[in-house]
Write a protein that binds this ligand. Structure first.
Ligand SMILES: [Zn+2]
Length: 248
């Protein structure tokens, strides 16, 4: 009988404990759920490509893999991503066999949106030179060097394996030429390209940092958020990320 009473007491205690625990656990769960939900929504505002988000979790990063501005440098199969942005310049090359075959879908779609908007202002835009394979870049660079000499070629043309054209994220719009910025088309690009996620990759006066002279026709797709940020700050991509562009 005594044992039965004790048992009953134990049962009551257990139930009481269970209720108390729920009273604590449920609000904690709800709060942490809210916290998690709010951190997800702020992540969503930053358009991080799905591919980037997944790899970020897997790759361990040491201090050596960080730029002078604190951005994470990742090497994925020979391709460099800094803060999730694919980077090709004179410091960071791209493998010979990296071959998207054409402009990436995002780049092409953004170009078409920009072209249509320009047409409404009676500005005609077209892609003069888009994706280029390693072999095509090799031909161009060699021809450029033969025609203009090495110094000139280095200022305007990338060595094979160092061209952004191989990424499918860059293209030359209309007529590539040093006076493009003085044309109506060039001025429209200068004023509006960022609205479609593009940057003039080699801006005026930044040759020492980008490694290339001013190329108002060479656009690089970086997405609207970063394009807007760079426009506000006036920085080129190398300055913003804290990286160099020099052949090693
Ligand atoms: Zn170009």
């Amino acid at each position: 009988m005594r044992a039965l009473i004790q048992n009953e007491k134990l049962k009551k205690l257990t139930i009481l404990f269970a209720i108390c625990s729920c009273a604590i656990i449920i609000p904690v769960a709800v709060i942490s759920g809210i916290v998690r939900a709010s951190s997800v929504s702020s992540e969503d505002e930053k358009p991080v490509p799905q591919e980037t988000a997944q790899v970020t979790e897997e790759v361990k990063v040491s201090d050596a893999d960080v730029t002078s501005k604190g951005f994470k440098i990742e090497n994925r199969d020979g391709v460099t991503f800094i803060d999730g942005i694919l980077i090709v310049n004179k410091t960071y090359s791209i493998p010979k066999d990296y071959d998207p075959g054409d402009l990436t879908e995002d780049t092409q779609n953004a170009f078409e949106d920009m072209r249509d908007a320009a047409a409404e202002d009676n500005i005609k835009l077209w892609v003069q030179s888009g994706y280029r394979s390693y072999e095509r870049q090799k031909e161009l660079y060699e021809r450029y060097t033969a025609e203009h000499g090495r110094e000139y070629a280095e200022a305007y043309s990338a060595r094979p394996g160092y061209s952004e054209h191989q990424t499918g994220l860059s293209f030359d719009v209309n007529e590539a030429g040093t006076k493009f910025d003085e044309t109506r088309e060039g001025q429209w690009i200068e004023a509006h390209a960022h609205e479609y996620g593009f940057i003039i990759r080699f801006p005026e006066g930044k040759g020492d940092i980008t490694g290339y002279e001013f190329e108002p026709w060479h656009l690089r797709y970086v997405g609207k958020e970063l394009a807007e940020k760079l426009r506000q700050s006036g920085e080129c991509l190398e300055e913003y990320l804290g990286i160099s562009s020099e052949y090693q």
